[in-house]
Ligand binder design. Sequence first.
Ligand SMILES: *Cc1c(COP(=O)(O)O)cnc(C)c1O
Length: 354
Amino acid sequence: MSKFLDERYSGLAAYVPGEQPQDKKYIKLNTNESPFPPSEEVLKAVNESQIELLRLYPDPDGRVLTKKLADYYGVKPSQVFLANGSDDILNFAFMAYGANGRKSYFADITYGFYSVFANLHLSDYTEIPLEKDFNIDVNKFCGVDGIVFIANPNAPTGIALSLNEIEKIVKSNENNIVVIDEAYVDFGAESAVKLVDKYSNLLVVQTYSKSRSMAGARLGFAIGSEEIINDLHKLRYSTNPYNINRLTLVAGEKTIDSQSYYDDNCKKIIEARSYTKTELEKLGFSVLDSKANFLFAETDKIDGGELYLKLKEKGILVRHFTSERIKNFNRITIGTQEQMECLVETIKDILEGN
Ligand SMILES: *Cc1c(COP(=O)(O)O)cnc(C)c1O
């Protein structure tokens, strides 16, 4: 740290992304990316002539993509906000509605970026404990006095709330914004997009990084009331109006055109998830009921940190968190069926002492 850094940032604990070691080729099951490439249409569209156009600024309003998303989700273009990954949107939401002593609420075990943004923006935040079984007690999120962030399905547990439960939270917080972070919704949960016309305090956030095979392109979007979307545009135009590059916009458009390809991929992941859960349970793991593209699992046969290290030695990366309540767990991204079979065999070997 330099002596010049503003002291309000000196104690900031930054977000720690999943590791990307370069020493050898790993089966990468640690950052919830898709194991499948973008569709043929996307690959074709991001071509030489698009690359030549990089000399020009992108459309700061991403109008073509905005319109496609609006049509796909049955809302108006003025209800859609695009950003450089959904992290960008979460950042704007904290800035707009939870900064400088204003209150914010999220679970104690959830996406790690919420507390980072809360600290960055000097939010007066409360972490609401999950129940012993890692479920969310919806009542604890009802009628609070600040912005609410809920990942649905939650990360790293994978557990989803029903649309009714989400609606209960949104309805009871009419004086606060409720952000539903649906990074993993395409893997089996219900989207709250259907509720945006009914509740003007609801902001639904989604990403292209997981189900849409575009983590490297950085694209996220939010759907909400026109008023909220306008607030977000104001902040975006005050920081970086060109926050989505040209190639990403084109890729995002073609992704929507090939939705059935992505639906098929989600199906394959759901099948591989179910296979993996069953196999891990046979090996003595307890595995939370996941509606996401990962499983959160622990066993009393081996310490979570040790399993993580042994898997890494054998060329498989999973995500291990060190915080007290979840340190015996590992979060395992669902890859292809072959990758998951390899994971299961490798864990068998490790449990047998090899
Ligand atoms: C991965 C993830 C994000 C961030 O996604 P990007 O669009 O890649 O920034 C947001 N929320 C949750 C819960 C995630 O797991």
